[in-house]
Design a protein around this ligand. Structure first.
Ligand SMILES: [Zn+2]
Length: 58
């Protein structure tokens, strides 16, 4: 099945911190700096809150 899922670098809309987030997380991902929710699991690709700065391919 397909390629490995990438990681995304997300910019937190609340504190502008950058965090690497798995694109298909199984649990909610919070900003490590301020605790804001950055990614919500959907069963597929996460719903992102904040700006997706770039994709890290693995
Ligand atoms: Zn933050």
């Amino acid at each position: 099945m397909g390629e490995p899922s990438p990681f995304w670098v997300i910019k937190c809309p609340d504190c502008s911190g950058e965090q690497t987030v798995f694109s298909r997380p199984s649990t909610k991902v919070n900003c490590s700096v301020c605790g804001a929710t950055l990614a919500t699991p959907t069963g597929g690709q996460a719903e992102i809150r904040g700006e997706k700065l770039r994709v890290l391919s693995v």
